[in-house]
Design a protein around this ligand. Structure first.
Ligand code: PEP
Ligand code: MG
Length: 592
């Protein structure tokens, strides 16, 4: 139950545990880019002053862009930094500057309103254009317009590059593109008012090992200037201005966790198997070459899920075939010959590009997302398919199709893969002609027809994050109903068992790749339901292997039988949590 507890000056808030770990430190209030546009009338005698404010804001914005450009050039390379040259061109555009000056004089309104009106006029024009390049300029203009508004209103930019010490990032909500833009070395933890356990921003936080608590409802409202924050990503608690005794208590939890992490680390090179020697196949969910490297070092078999939309979100654009190819080849190169499962574009839902999906859908997760978007935009899809196919000439690459809900989608996607192959043949480019194509099982429809999908697939991968939301009809990013988002639900358990059985009957490899695959609590149950292949965030792999060595096939059988007899998700949750804790604390005791 969510409640707030006040204890002297400290204030405890309960939310949703999103990424494990304890973090304590000063607060950085992350501002979203939307800035309220002030509107008021300006007398004729003050109009010159407004124009002066406009020109000053232009200069400030230019120096902000210059700094970002330098930073990006240093950290990511000159090519990526080039994105900001277009921003500079917009800021120096005479027509735009003259239009704003004219608007100030003619409307008799303040500069903020005039900048808004003029940039909106240009944006409306860009939005109607067919040409992709020109439409992308609209994204630059939108960014510039927000920056100008921020300079005019004196609020801080939302990036983290300027942070001089690591802080806990606090925000009402976070989008995946916000998280993609964060400098993670400067973020101790993340706490948000909104969001669910498997929102994509949170998955990215978990992948980088940053503790996070979401769904804290009124946190941002309750924080004041200079407050400190402690977050407990295990239990989903945030404490504003923790007292000495709270810090002491959490210090002890932190020490225990670190002790366990040291034990886990000592065993990280041991093979992935249960106590009685049953082998497990552990893959990684990785979106960058660095994450692939980390996963390979952790002993993963390869990449089981590469979410390609991460490149689109990082660059806030639709990258060209060549840009995608370069990124995929970098991924392949960092895998040292191990397989990379490239999931085709899964934009939509909570993963939107700026200015890409203007009219927000009423139900974005049930809307124009993933394979649906790709099949309706064959040009975008073919660009990606050619890039993936070209990368398949450089290593072991597989294609995975997200959000499949009907056989027709798989058939059509395979036709487009064939078309992409033929186009490459004509161009004389190399690719793997036998590239494997698999389906994600993440809709209830796909579970029901997995026997049919098996005939069209080389492998299955179960996306439990979406499967839970669609099966239980619970929006995965809505904190109001987060208590209903229950991967322990019997409906989920039965669906998983069904897919495992059908895959086995069809001799089709199947992997679980949603967040529960990397949650050690679930491991014995998933093995008992018939899985031996898991794709998880690299940061969880050692802990999974550590726990697997603490139970046998007999334990697996017993816990699965017990779980299948439970009617309530909370009972299953308790069962697997108690089992994990008993086995893990046993080790901590014997080793201390
Ligand atoms: C899933 O749905 O479980 C999954 C792995 O895909 P995503 O989280 O990117 O939707
Ligand atoms: Mg999914």
């Amino acid at each position: 139950m969510i409640q707030d507890v006040k204890d002297k000056s400290e204030l405890m808030l309960f939310g949703i545990p999103a990424s494990p770990g304890i973090a304590h430190g000063p607060v950085f209030r992350f501002l979203h880019d939307e800035v309220k546009v002030a509107t008021y009338e300006v007398s004729e005698s003050d109009q010159e002053e407004e124009i002066k404010r406009f020109l000053e804001a232009l200069e400030m914005t230019k120096s902000e862009i210059r700094e970002i450009r330098e930073d990006v050039a240093k950290n990511l390379g000159e090519k990526e930094a080039g994105i900001f040259d277009a921003h500079m061109l917009v800021l120096e555009d005479r027509a735009l500057i003259d239009d704003v000056k004219k608007e100030i004089k003619e409307s008799g309104e303040n500069v903020e309103k005039c900048v808004h009106r003029v940039t909106q006029k240009y944006l409306d024009f860009f939005d109607q254009l067919e040409d992709k390049y020109l439409r992308e300029r609209a994204v630059d203009l939108r960014d510039i317009s927000r920056r100008l508004q921020r300079c005019l209103s004196g609020t801080t930019a939302s990036g983290t590059a300027f942070l001089d010490e690591p802080k806990i990032m606090v925000s009402e909500d976070l989008t995946p593109s916000d998280t993609a833009a964060l400098d993670r070395s400067k973020i101790l933890g993340i706490a948000t008012d909104l969001g669910g356990q498997t929102s994509h921003a949170v998955i990215m936080a978990r992948a980088s090992g940053v503790p996070a608590v979401v769904g804290l409802r009124s946190l941002t409202e309750k924080l004041s200037q200079g407050d400190e924050l402690l977050i407990d990503g295990f239990e989903g608690v945030a404490i504003i201005n923790p007292s000495e005794s709270t810090l002491f208590r959490y210090g002890k939890v932190d020490v225990q966790r670190r002790k366990l992490l040291n034990l886990i680390d000592e065993e990280s090179n041991l093979p992935a198997q249960t106590a009685d020697g049953k082998s497990l196949h552990i893959w990684a969910n990785a979106d960058t070459p660095e994450e692939v490297q980390k996963a390979i070092n952790a002993g993963c078999l390869g990449v089981g899920l590469y979410r390609t939309e991460s490149l689109f979100l990082r660059t806030n654009s639709l990258p060209s075939e060549d840009e995608q190819y370069e990124e995929y080849v970098r991924m392949v190169a960092s895998s040292g010959g191990k397989p990379i499962t490239i999931r085709t574009l899964d934009l939509g839902g909570d993963k939107l590009l700026d200015g890409w999906n203007q009219e927000r859908e009423a139900n974005p997760f049930m809307g124009f997302r993933a394979i649906r978007y790709c099949l309706s935009n064959p040009k975008v899809f073919l660009d990606q398919l050619r890039a993936i196919l070209r990368a398949s000439a450089k290593g072991d690459v597989r294609i995975m199709l997200p959000m499949i809900s009907g056989i027709g989608e798989v058939v059509r996607a395979k036709e487009l893969i064939q078309q992409a192959k033929e186009e490459l043949k004509i161009r004389g480019e190399e690719f793997d002609p036998d590239i494997k194509v698999g389906c994600m099982i993440e809709t209830p429809a796909a579970v029901s027809i997995c026997d049919l999908l098996a005939e069209e697939s080389d492998f299955f991968s179960i996306g439990t994050n979406d499967l839970v939301q669609y099966l239980l009809a619970v929006d995965r990013v809505n904190n109001e109903i987060a208590f209903l988002y229950e991967p322990h639900h019997p409906a989920v358990i039965r669906s998983l068992k069904h897919v495992a059985q059908v895959a086995s009957e069809n001799k089709l490899p199947v992997t679980v790749c949603g967040e529960i695959a990397g949650d050690p609590h679930f491991l014995p149950l998933l093995i008992g339901l018939g899985f031996d292949s898991f794709s998880a965030s690299a940061s969880m792999v050692s802990e999974m292997k550590f726990f697997a060595r603490r139970f046998s096939s007999e334990d697996v059988e017993k816990i699965t039988m017990d779980a299948e007899k439970k009617y309530r998700p909370s009972e299953v949750k308790e069962l697997i949590k108690n089992f994990y804790e008993a086995r893990v604390s046993e080790v901590s005791r014997t080793k201390s």
